[in-house]
Design a protein around this ligand. Structure first.
Ligand SMILES: [Zn+2]
Length: 358
């Protein structure tokens, strides 16, 4: 069995894994404002599943469990014909099964496309029935789709993403999920529970290092890079078209009715930008529930994002977009109504919302 191989074959395995790295990706954009997601807010009703074979299932589980939006990964066997196979059965290479990771994920946080990108990057889809030193049909590269949409996305991703990453022809199989069986309990969370085991230190650790570097902004607890999702900031003459309500609020300094706007109750993670010019103004991290019926933020996106203007009567302080001077609302300080000492009280009509990069 490959998982109890002797030191010499571990070295060969390492060599093979090291040779099997896809082309590097130097696409690193800068992050404007720190935006650390809170504990992953998972909507279980929305959860979807993805099942991949990519060599040893300990590796698959270790990789995918670190991604933000992934709820759980179960090691299992799929695609064969033997009922209730054991690990020992699988190792005979005669059951037709593949070692797979069955991933439960929140599609609002991570897309199937992103899971596929990770899949193509973290194993070698060009070697038939083999991953490094692990050889046999149980290690073949396979995407077991759960529905037709996944099938289409997988086929497209194989043609585009995978062929861009790898020079040799892709041998990955794309098949419907059939005959899935969870693996024995001792295979679950194997890497997390046995990080010092020989196979883990020799084969999985180097793989995890490269994976964490390449997908740094997609890991649990990491800072996602939002900048690429933001539309360009517009100058005068190019402003977004406004409807009557937006124009009344932004240009005539009007106020929308409390609880009537689109964002007072929005709890999604992302960035609030100016409706008129796309200037980033606030993030979901700054937002809190003030109970007023207007979106409320205790901080701004970055210095200069918002300008403050004292009302003529000196009683209130108006806030306007730092780029286009469009009216946003007012800022209040030292209030006792909430535990926040600063409240930027903003009209939803002045805002657009850009959800966190998936
Ligand atoms: Zn603006």
């Amino acid at each position: 069995m490959m998982k109890s191989i002797i030191a010499a074959s571990l070295i060969i395995g390492l060599f093979l894994v090291a040779c099997a790295q896809p082309k590097s990706n130097n696409n690193t954009a800068s992050v404007k404002k720190k935006m650390t997601p809170k504990a992953v807010n998972v909507n279980l009703e929305n959860a979807e599943e993805a099942t991949f074979g990519a060599g040893c299932f300990w590796c698959i589980e270790a990789v995918f469990e670190e991604l933000r939006g992934v709820i759980s990964v179960e090691s299992g066997y799929s695609g064969g014909f033997t009922k209730n196979p054991t690990y020992k059965d699988i190792c005979t290479k005669k059951t037709g099964h593949v070692e797979v990771g069955r991933i439960v994920y929140d599609p609002d946080i991570i897309s199937f496309e992103t899971l596929l990108e990770v899949f193509w990057t973290t194993h070698n889809p060009t070697t038939k029935d083999r991953q490094g030193a692990d050889v046999g049909p149980q290690y073949r590269s396979v995407i077991y789709y759960h529905n037709d949409t996944q099938k289409e996305i997988a086929e497209e991703s194989m043609k585009t993403v995978a062929t861009e990453l790898w020079d040799d022809p892709i041998v990955t199989e794309i098949s419907p999920l059939i005959n899935y069986y969870p693996a024995e309990d001792y295979h679950q969370d194997y890497y997390a529970l046995n990080p010092n085991y020989g196979y883990c230190t020799a084969v999985i650790n180097p793989k995890m290092e490269k994976f964490r570097k390449r997908f740094a902004d997609k890991l649990k607890g990491a800072e996602p890079d939002q900048s690429s999702a933001l539309p360009p900031i517009l100058d005068e003459g190019e402003y977004n078209e406004l409807n009557d309500k937006e124009s009344y609020v932004i240009r005539q300094k009007g106020t929308e009715r409390a609880f009537s706007g689109a964002y007072h109750d929005n709890k999604k993670e992302g960035i609030y930008i100016c409706r008129q010019c796309n200037q980033p103004l606030f993030t979901s991290e700054d937002k809190f529930d003030s109970g007023t019926g207007w979106p409320s933020f205790d901080d701004i996106y970055e210095a200069g994002a918002v300008d403050e203007l004292r009302d003529a009567d000196g009683r209130r302080t108006e806030i306007v977009c730092g780029n286009c001077n469009g009216h946003l609302g007012h800022v209040f300080r030292g209030e006792r109504m909430t535990d926040k000492s600063t409240r930027h009280c903003v009209n939803s009509a002045s805002l657009d919302f850009v959800p966190m990069v998936q």
